[in-house]
Design a protein. Sequence first.
Length: 98
Amino acid sequence: RNLHRQQKEKLYGVTWRPHPPSMLPASKQKEIRKNIKQYSKKYDAMDDQAKESARQDFRRDRESKMNDFLKVLDRLKDWKAERTEENAWDEAMEAFDS
């Protein structure tokens, strides 16, 4: 029997599905509720370990990319030094400064 009806704007439909019955026996549910702190500590530790592992992977990846980039910069610096020697830009700069 409908006791109260109120029109909601832009609410097209609400469906509710009850939860299925638990597959665990009542004694097991009671044990889980009793030891929930132990379970949560265990799973929180596992979560923290997974997060730390992901952080380490990220750091390792970032460090390898940075090292690769620095190698490229070193090669460019060496190339630039070779080119300035070939073109005699060093001498021209010294003559310009003096």
